[in-house]
Design a protein around this ligand. Structure first.
Ligand SMILES: [Zn+2]
Length: 597
């Protein structure tokens, strides 16, 4: 069957998101753009006057957030229009225009925070006491003052910001190397063809049923990285040195403390994750033993671990997916399902691929718009899971926006993947319960095992690597390629265990991971999945109020710190049992899988 990719205008509008609700036409967008530009004056006029009275402070914040809310509408509309068809010049122009407007807004509003922070918090407190309307900004103001001790004087901030481009150079250089200048070499594929290796086809080859092919891909990939090991060590250590310096300048005890500050995440949450995962490595090792048996290889090598253990195909039309998702999530109650139905009935979702459309999937929208979803739906089981995932994000956004003012509607990264993962887990649970097909069960269980391996164990290994190299750097150690690779190799030996053959080239893998240039970020994948497991367990066990607690958590948006918000859902991230119970779930899944083969 031939499947021609349609042009955007050929796709029936029932399958497309309805962005007209945001702006009827580009002309309306232009009009709003011009009005917004004029509104800049409403903010500017408070320069040197913000703290003169509580009324001034209130009006300034109102105007500031109103303008930024308008910019958000303009920006998100232009970006999503552009994603519909990235080859469209008109939407590229809109996008460029709004990006410039956003930058100039940043520039003209840069006086606000320093001007507020010149005062003691007692003055703000006095304002809050006398002005009831101002109280909606209490958390915002508290947050600014919490950060005060890490903000430098005006001149120092200027110096730092003038250096910011150069300070991010290590990351840029590494990314140019990886994405364009570096050649990964050639390998022979399953059909005997000579093929140039790339990052994207590597993911296909490393999954190959043909062991020679995946071995070859693995060796070729890491040979290329080993050739550039000193350059990559220099970019990575450059990045880490920079963070160390900035942390010191800004009065933090470490880069880790600096990075966890914005979400007010206790360092113990980070350390506990690593500790609990380390105490439970034998479960991961059991999973690798299972892989070795199923692949029927004498020794499991690192180029074997990505091979798919179970094949299963079933076609899911979008209608069928919709039904499956609604059934799976009905445990979350009427109100949740009512909103899921809104997503389907009110054209939140851009379902199918078309020429020029952005690849992948996401959930996005502004405070005033619907929480839209972009998909490239292809009727596979995996696409059903993506649909449930993105709906999780969108409904989380929907509740956040409905229950919070604009300035407190956005939830933090730390909790961002919780709602999406809860939906994925509920979908898997529902499908497992409702099929007699052994192969389908094995397929779903295998997907789940991979989710735990990749999200809890692998991301924690990354987190532990970051913890170690940043610490070494802060202790004055020089991060040479040998030093970094040695640390990385030891971690791999520990995480894969003694039954897996550790191909030594793996010690250069750190050079391939872009996330190490966004320090202390990846641990949130592991904590997010753990929190989601905990919530799902409570719900499936019918614990009292578990659904209500979860929905209340979704409604908190950005009105509190992530750790406090999760407590509402019954999850105490300071308690090790959250990670432990996720690992227990992984263990149960392995056992269930074993009992079915
Ligand atoms: Zn997501």
């Amino acid at each position: 069957m031939e499947n021609k990719i349609l042009d955007r205008h050929e796709v029936d509008s029932i399958y497309k998101w309805n962005l007209q609700k945001m702006y009827h036409s580009f002309k309306d967008w232009e009009e709003d753009y011009n009005n917004t530009l004029k509104d800049f004056e409403l903010v500017k006029k408070y320069k040197n006057k913000i703290m003169k009275s509580s009324k001034n402070l209130y009006n300034l914040l109102e105007n500031y957030f109103n303008v930024s809310r308008k910019i958000e509408n303009l920006y998100i509309y232009a970006s999503m229009k552009n994603d519909e068809d990235t080859t469209n010049n008109d939407t590229q122009t809109l996008k460029g225009k709004i990006e410039n407007l956003y930058m100039s807004f940043e520039e003209i509003t840069s006086f606000i925070v320093p001007e507020i922070l010149k005062n003691d918090y007692s003055k703000v407190e006095k304002f809050l006491n006398e002005n009831e309307k101002l109280r909606k900004y209490k958390f915002f103001l508290e947050e600014e003052f919490r950060a005060k001790k890490h903000i430098l004087n005006e001149n120092e901030e200027k110096i730092l910001s003038s250096l910011s481009m150069s300070l991010s150079n290590a990351n840029k250089t590494a990314s140019y190397l990886r994405n364009s200048d570096m050649k990964l070499g050639f390998i022979t594929d399953e059909n005997g063809n000579n093929i140039e290796l790339s990052d994207s086809n590597y993911n296909v080859f490393i999954n190959s049923k043909n062991r020679e092919v995946r071995k070859n891909a693995f060796n070729t990939m890491y040979k290329s990285y080993s050739n550039l090991k000193n350059t990559f060590a220099s970019t990575l250590s450059g990045h880490i040195e920079t963070e160390k310096a900035i942390a010191k300048i800004r009065n933090y005890n470490s880069s880790l403390e600096m990075k966890l500050f914005s979400g007010n995440i206790p360092i113990d949450v980070y350390n506990n994750l690593i500790e609990v995962v380390n105490e439970n490595l034998e479960i991961l090792h059991k999973y690798y033993d299972l892989k070795q048996k199923m692949l029927d290889v004498e020794e499991l090598h690192l180029y074997d671990v990505y091979v798919n253990l179970v094949e299963y195909e079933e076609t899911y039309s979008f209608e069928k997916a919709k039904k499956e998702v609604i059934e799976s999530l009905s445990i979350l109650g009427e109100d949740y399902i009512k909103n899921i139905n809104k997503a389907f009935n009110e054209n939140w979702i851009d379902i199918y691929e078309n020429r020029g459309k952005r690849s992948g999937a996401y959930s996005w929208g502004s405070y005033d718009s619907d929480p839209y979803i972009l998909l490239n739906y292809q009727n596979r089981l995996k696409d059903v899971s993506t649909l449930a995932h993105e709906l999780g994000h969108s409904i989380h956004s929907y509740y956040s926006k409905r229950n919070n003012d604009y300035h407190e509607a956005n939830y933090k990264i730390f909790v961002a993947e919780v709602a999406s993962t809860v939906n994925e887990l509920l979908l898997c649970n529902h499908m497992l319960k409702n099929t007699d097909n052994n192969n389908k069960k094995l397929f779903i269980l295998n997907e789940l095992m991979e989710l735990f391996r990749a999200t809890i164990y692998r991301q924690t290994m990354f987190a532990e690597f970051e913890q170690q190299i940043h610490k070494k750097c802060e202790d004055g150690e020089i991060l040479t390629s040998e030093f970094i690779s040695d640390i990385y190799l030891k971690l791999n030996e520990k995480y894969f265990g003694k039954n897996v053959f550790i191909d030594e080239q793996i010690k250069y893998e750190w050079a391939r991971i872009p996330h190490f240039y966004t320090s202390f970020y990846v641990y949130q994948y592991a904590t997010g999945l753990s929190a989601a497991c905990y919530i799902v367990e409570r719900i499936l066990n019918n614990e009292e109020n578990s659904v209500k607690d979860y929905l209340d958590f979704l409604k908190t948006g950005g009105s509190d710190y992530p750790i406090n918000e999760l407590k509402i859902a019954g999850v105490d991230m300071n308690d090790k049992k959250v990670i432990e119970s996720a690992i227990k779930m992984f263990d149960n899944i392995i056992e269930e899988f074993k009992s079915l083969i």
